[in-house]
Every structure is written in structure tokens, then in C-alpha cells.
Design a protein around this ligand. Structure first.
Ligand code: 3PY
Ligand code: MG
Length: 260
């Protein structure tokens, strides 16, 4: 057995400090490593809107875990088979977008949790290998707690079903997508993830999740919103969208070079 890279995301979510995750959209393992070397707590590989595919997730999880960072995978809509595979590849957590009903939540939970909670099929050999962990019963009994599932709340249907989604055994937390939420909020009029009149409801989602012992996560389009979201009860906050970070860095170096 080589060096152990235990699952630490759940413990980090239990602490009082927010877990700040980079958001990786570029499906290149070298670039994922570069992102993971920056002082983020965690890297999220995005298969929904980002370019990540099964191959880049397979390699990317390894690259992130090897640097002692937590790795989260956002799967495409409804791809609960991929949720199991992301965990088989060694991810700490999976975010499932557009979980709009209890049935969606149950299907997601079934894919990410071993019996008796769910129906996940056994086969974590890649996860065990990259993490240097023992398999067998020890892992079977630990995996449901060690890995974390987040159901995205980003529509009116999801908001209506929130308490029932939170009550599903095997759903560890919810994750707000404020862009889609704003489209639903405005009945398709506009996309504005920071709209003021939505913030009380966004705070209520975290409050309702944490009140029943579940985690709350959110995507912060503007990183300086992170303390506000943490004060609302959000423990996992996505801040570092990879291409936006590169663009901001480019602007900063050019402005320094231009003396402005
Ligand atoms: C949203 O804001 O809708 C998201 O899914 C964040 O990535
Ligand atoms: Mg979304």
C-alpha cells in the first residue's frame, strides 16, 4: 500500500470554516493539476457545462487527490450512472444538477450509496488504488459516510420539494445553482445569479438544510460573496471558475505591465 489519501471532505464540511472549491471546466489533466496546486481546499470537475468527460474525470480525480485536495465531480443532468463511476474513480463527492423531485433525489441516492442505504454496485478498485486504502468490509462500511452527495436546487419544482428531497436517506446535502435559480425565479425573463430579491430564499435553503443536519453548498459567481453565503449556512462554496481566474489574472498582469 502506498501513501494513504483518506477522504477528508466530510470532516471539512463539519468544521466551521467554509470549504472553498475551484471549479474546473478545462478537461486537461495538466491544467487540473495546476488548479489543484493553488491554495483551494478542493477542486470540482464539471461535466455538466464544463468540458470534462469520463476520461478527464478518471485522470483528474487522481491528479487532485495526489495533491491531498478533495475532488468533487458535477455530473451531467440525470447521469446517475456517472455519479457511481465518479466515486469509483475516487471522487470525494458528487453534485447532481437539476434534482427537481423526490424521485430524482432517490435515484441519485441509490447510485451513490451502497446498501442498505442505496443500490450502488461494488467496484471501487480505482478509488482504493489512488487513495492507497484497503478495500473489503472496512471500505464498504465507511464509503457511504466518507463520500458526499449534493443534490442541486435550481428550479421552482426543487424548491417546492426541498424538505422531501432533504429527507431522502443518502442525500447528504443540497447545492444551489443561482444562475438557473434566477431564470426560474424570473419565469425565464433573465439570468442574474446575484439578484437581491432571491437572497432571502437562498438563505432559507441553507437554513432548512442545516436544520435537518444536511450540508449546503452554492456557486458564488462573485468570489467576494463567499462570506455572505457562509454566514447564511453554506459550507461548500464554489469560487474559482478556472477560465475566469485565468482571465482575471491576465487583466491584472496586463494592467500592471501598462502601469495602470
Ligand atoms: C447555476 O448557477 O445554475 C449553476 O449550475 C452553477 O454552476
Ligand atoms: Mg445550473
Amino acid at each position: 500500500m502506498g501513501i494513504a489519501h483518506p477522504y477528508v471532505l466530510r470532516d471539512a464540511l463539519e468544521s466551521t470554516k467554509p470549504v472553498l472549491t475551484a471549479w474546473s471546466s478545462v478537461p486537461d489533466t495538466g491544467f487540473v493539476s495546476t488548479v489543484a496546486r493553488q491554495p483551494f481546499d478542493c477542486v470540482t470537475l464539471d461535466m455538466q457545462h464544463g468540458g470534462h468527460d469520463e476520461r478527464s474525470v478518471y485522470d483528474g480525480v487522481d491528479a487532485v487527490v495526489a495533491l491531498h485536495k478533495s475532488c468533487v465531480v458535477r455530473i451531467p443532468v440525470g447521469r446517475f450512472d456517472m455519479a457511481s463511476r465518479a466515486l469509483d474513480f475516487g471522487a470525494d463527492a458528487v453534485i447532481a444538477p437539476m434534482v427537481n423531485s423526490v424521485d430524482d433525489a432517490k435515484a441519485f441516492a441509490a447510485a451513490v450509496k451502497y446498501p442498505p442505504v442505496g443500490g450502488r454496485s461494488w467496484g471501487p478498485s480505482r478509488a482504493l488504488s489512488i487513495r492507497g486504502l484497503e478495500g473489503g468490509d472496512a471500505h464498504l462500511h465507511n464509503a457511504n459516510r466518507a463520500t458526499v452527495s449534493f443534490a442541486m436546487i435550481e428550479t421552482r419544482e426543487a424548491m417546492t420539494a426541498l424538505d422531501d428531497i432533504l429527507a431522502v436517506d443518502g442525500i447528504d446535502g443540497v447545492f444551489v445553482g443561482p444562475a438557473d435559480f434566477s431564470i426560474a425565479w424570473s419565469n425565464g425573463e433573465s439570468v442574474d445569479p446575484r439578484r437581491d430579491d432571491m437572497m432571502d430564499t437562498i438563505a432559507e435553503i441553507a437554513q432548512r438544510a442545516t436544520a435537518v443536519g444536511k450540508y449546503a453548498g452554492i456557486f458564488a459567481v462573485v468570489p467576494s460573496d463567499a462570506p455572505k453565503f457562509h454566514a447564511m449556512g453554506y459550507g461548500l462554496i464554489a469560487i474559482g471558475f478556472d477560465t475566469a481566474v485565468v482571465a482575471a489574472g491576465a487583466r491584472a498582469v496586463l494592467s500592471a505591465a501598462n502601469g495602470s
